[in-house]
Design a protein around this ligand. Structure first.
Ligand code: NDP
Length: 252
């Protein structure tokens, strides 16, 4: 097992890399989904790409939990949260999307695998090495409750919003419609907003640099993409609701 001090340094370096990548993603549209375009090399079927990209996260976190047998309460809750999210993302979401004939560039898949390998390894190591408890201060209990509530509400928002978007395609056509109802009335990408809330809650509960790095990277990945989606909606649909923001209600 790695030295805790080294693990901490790697996690902070990973956060720093995310901060460096962020301005680049504000200018380069991630070329999948509606922003897919030629010129990004070989590609894979969209569904296969999602499974291949996300599966390392599912396997690695289970590996660190079971092989290192650190079954304390917080480690177990963190592992269950993570597995819950990634069972959906790897084994359910890819089979629900209506994505006939759609492709994802191989380079995005390779970046996705790398991102998930680093992310799950750092978080899995922290979870398996952490000595949470047994006794907790009132301050710690408050943090735990806030973390769990944020994670759960973010996950529900993310899943319901993805469900709403997937439901917009009734036929096998790969077209787009203006999403309606719920938080879609205020923002274009409540699924991304939910995902950011989710991993912020996870970081509050875990309270370590690896979990913080995941929350930071989620913002790095999803905030620029939400701005791109929002711009795309406004230029594609002339009747797109004027007051709707991209990702944070009333603000951005
Ligand atoms: P999108 O919102 O772009 O798309 C979600 C699904 O809905 C896709 O199948 C998409 O089709 C379809 N869809 C979206 N908008 C419409 C519309 N207006 N009309 C019809 N169909 C629509 O999400 P992503 O594909 O970027 O991401 C999927 C999930 O993965 C999200 O929950 C996101 O939060 C998560 N994610 C997390 C990241 C992280 O760093 N934690 C990084 C990236 C994604 P199509 O693909 O054809 O556009």
């Amino acid at each position: 097992m790695i030295e805790p001090a080294l693990l901490q340094k790697i996690s902070y370096a990973w956060i720093l890399l995310g901060i460096v990548i962020f301005p680049i993603l504000l200018f380069v549209k991630q070329p999948y989904g509606r922003h897919y375009r030629k010129g990004w090399g070989p590609s894979l079927s969209n569904r296969t790409a999602w499974i291949v990209m996300e599966i390392p996260s599912l396997i690695l976190i289970a590996y660190f939990y079971f092989w290192h047998s650190n079954y304390n309460l917080i480690a177990s809750i963190l592992t269950i949260m993570w597995l819950g999210h990634y069972i959906n993302r790897t084994l359910i979401f890819p089979f629900r999307i209506k994505t006939k004939g759609k492709r994802m560039p191989l380079i995005i898949v390779v970046f996705g695998i790398f991102f998930n390998l680093v992310n799950a390894t750092l978080n899995g190591m922290y979870i398996s090495m952490s000595d949470f408890g047994p006794g907790f201060s009132g301050y710690q209990i408050m943090g735990m409750v806030v973390g769990i509530l944020l994670f759960m509400s973010g996950m529900i928002l993310n899943m319901l919003s993805d469900k709403n978007l997937i439901g917009l395609r009734k036929s096998s056509a790969n077209g787009y419609q203006i999403p309606r109802n719920g938080l879609f009335e205020w923002i274009s990408c409540p699924n991304y907003f939910g995902e950011i809330i989710e991993w912020t809650g996870f970081a509050i509960l875990a309270w370590n640099p690896a979990a913080l790095s995941f929350a930071v990277w989620t913002i790095v990945n999803l905030l620029p993409r939400a701005l791109d989606h929002h711009k795309w909606y406004k230029s594609t649909f002339k009747d797109y609701p004027e007051k709707r923001k991209a990702i944070i209600p009333f603000i951005l």
